[in-house]
Design a binder for this molecule. Structure first.
Ligand SMILES: [Zn+2]
Ligand SMILES: [Zn+2]
Length: 238
């Protein structure tokens, strides 16, 4: 049946429509895959993309200026991609136009870059960045949960959607500077560590200034979590 369908409707790249050199179950062509920029030269604490060629102190130590001044609340952030086109467009289509067809493509991209360490040193649980109930009703889905679900399955790590709640219905973070984002997200989360987690991964689709993941990390650590890693699909340049 699949063969027959493929004959009449050959799979095409979801970005450019090409039917050649497809990967990821025929969802993306090789050229478009290369266009998704890997976050190779990144701060080893917060994963902010660094300008590798500038030869600055930042680039040499591979810790960004902000983390030198004040290290993040979480232990480490892993972000395989830089938040730039065409990934930015795909993520926005998913979130704001409910293009759920991008879910498997994006989570496959991420899974393809997963560092070996997480296959060995497994966290107890993954907590997808919770949405407030009103936002969840409005959007109809939590994109962070949908994106990380296939990756968690491959790694055999459970996902917890119950222990952590977003209790404040905050404004959108978009269009706010770092300070405003920090204030906006303060006291937004509630977490009960009834399973005594010690090592937790927070997954958020995009990390920009890190205000939301930092605030949530603070709450987790206050409630007995010893190690918090942040994973995201894409990290914005500061
Ligand atoms: Zn393409
Ligand atoms: Zn940093």
């Amino acid at each position: 049946m699949n063969k027959l369908l493929n004959f009449f409707y050959p799979p095409r790249c979801q970005l450019c429509g090409s039917a050649h050199n497809l990967s990821f179950d025929g969802q993306l062509c090789a050229d478009c895959k290369i266009d998704c920029r890997l976050n190779k030269a990144a701060c080893r604490l917060c994963a902010a993309p660094l300008d590798a060629l500038t030869g600055t102190l930042e680039a040499q130590s591979s810790i960004c200026g902000q983390c030198i001044k004040a290290p993040p609340v979480y232990d480490v952030c892993w972000s395989p991609f830089i938040y730039a086109q065409p990934l930015e467009w795909m993520i926005q289509q998913l979130k704001f136009n409910a293009k759920l067809n991008f879910i498997s493509l994006l989570s496959n991209l991420m899974a393809g870059q997963l560092p070996q360490i997480y296959r060995e040193l497994k966290p107890d649980v993954i907590i997808p960045m919770p949405l407030h109930n009103r936002r969840l009703r409005q959007r109809g889905f939590n994109q962070s949960y949908l994106l990380i679900k296939p990756v968690a399955k491959v790694l055999n790590i459970p996902i917890d959607l119950n222990s952590c709640k977003r209790v404040l219905d905050t404004d959108h973070q978009t269009g706010k500077n770092a300070r405003q984002r920090k204030l906006n997200i303060k006291h937004a989360f509630e977490f009960i560590n009834k399973n005594n987690y010690r090592h937790v991964v927070i997954f958020d689709d995009v990390v920009t200034t890190g205000a939301s993941v930092s605030e949530l990390s603070k709450v987790l650590k206050k409630n007995g979590v010893k190690r918090v890693d942040v994973w995201c699909l894409a990290r914005a340049k500061k």
